[in-house]
Design a protein around this ligand. Structure first.
Ligand code: Q9C
Ligand code: ZN
Length: 341
């Protein structure tokens, strides 16, 4: 299996408002280092650098003004007199307020985000671009006839919508991979999101589209981040009607119930006629994940990979969530290992 990864992510470690305190985010550089070490230890040696950022491709997924904003936000923050800190908002457009884009950097940070768990530092954009490049390269490799690839992305992407960052995500790596597969000739693509959290950004990006189906297995938004999207009655609209499937599950969900949802997902993806699949691969469903409440064990990730292999489709794995220490590497690589076995 081909891997795409870079080291630019080391420059990015966000601040996060967690239980009333501003902390160094759970989404840390160590996460990718742990996964890279486990990949190397288990013989995944075909690790490549991705090609250049394709701005035109990105603009099929994200608003051009939003991409410009991300690229320039930290510099504008510094010019505004905030050198030395990370750019983060303190106000958002809520009910009965107006969605008119304001002018100042702090206000625009609120306009272009939906959560206070995600800040922008000097090196954030470089990390974000490299994650997007890795997802694109993995999709190009798979579209070229190779069976599978893993984009070891950091920061993750599935919470990033067409024009909002949040949930540790800035550009939507999985959506970029799906769009690349479409542009490379796959008529229908599916994104299967197995991260613990609902992939609200990916859903948003493809909600009007029938050519990219989106399916997510996640903690019920009534009790879990991102709180305001991910309910079972969200089925897509216009040309995308019927092309969105959400399978919310309660806190405490165990393997049996989770794998029932996986069966439902894969049967639905089959019916949608997907020629290729992007897997938004979060392993924060693990029982000991420090911020999550599902109960999958490490062997379950091998089983997940094995079941995905039976879908018998070209597959792009894009790294999303999964927190804590060493088991993160074991769990992530177990999926890839199970897939190859
Ligand atoms: N007490 C991904 O898994 N809230 N994002 C965490 C912790 C944000 C998760 C609160 C969770 C974002 C890609
Ligand atoms: Zn997650």
């Amino acid at each position: 299996m081909r891997i795409y990864a870079t080291t630019a992510h080391h420059g990015h470690h966000s601040l996060e408002l967690d239980q009333g305190e501003l902390i160094q985010s759970w989404e840390s550089p160590a996460r990718a280092d742990i996964v890279d070490a486990e990949l190397a230890a288990r013989g995944f040696a075909d690790v490549r650098q991705p090609g250049d950022l394709d701005r035109a491709l990105i603009e099929h997924v994200h608003a051009s003004a939003y991409v410009d904003f991300l690229q320039t936000a930290h510099q504008r923050w510094v010019v505004d007199g905030n050198a030395g800190s990370c750019a983060m908002s303190n106000g958002w457009p809520a009910r009965r307020m107006r969605h008119i884009r304001p002018e100042g950097i702090v206000a625009q940070l609120g306009y272009y985000s939906f959560a206070a768990d995600c800040s922008i530092a000097a090196n954030t954009w470089g990390a974000v671009v490299d994650a997007a490049r890795s997802a694109d390269a993995a999709a190009q490799y798979v579209a070229g006839g190779a069976g599978s690839a893993f984009a070891r992305c950091r920061p993750p992407g599935h919470h990033a919508s067409r024009d909002q960052f949040g949930g540790y995500c800035y550009l939507n790596n999985a959506a970029i991979a799906a769009e690349r597969l479409r542009q490379s000739g796959a008529g229908r693509v599916a994104v299967l999101d197995v991260d613990y959290h609902h992939g609200n950004g990916t859903q948003d990006i493809f909600y009007h589209r029938g050519d990219v189906s989106f399916c997510s297995i996640h903690a019920d938004p009534k009790v879990e981040f991102p709180y305001f999207l991910g309910h079972a009655d969200e089925e897509g609209i216009a040309g995308g009607a019927g092309a969105n499937l959400n399978l919310p599950l309660p806190h405490g969900t165990q393997s049996d119930e989770w794998f029932d949802a996986l069966e439902t997902s894969l049967q639905w993806i089959e019916r949608r006629g997907a020629e290729a699949i992007v897997v938004s691969l979060g392993v924060d469903t693990f029982v000991d994940d420090p911020i999550s409440q599902f109960r999958l064990g490490s062997q379950d990730f091998t089983r997940l990979g094995q079941r995905l292999a039976t879908a018998d489709r070209p597959m792009v794995f894009v790294m999303e969530g999964g927190y804590g220490a060493e088991p993160l590497g074991t769990n992530m690589v177990n999926v890839l290992d199970g897939f190859l076995s």
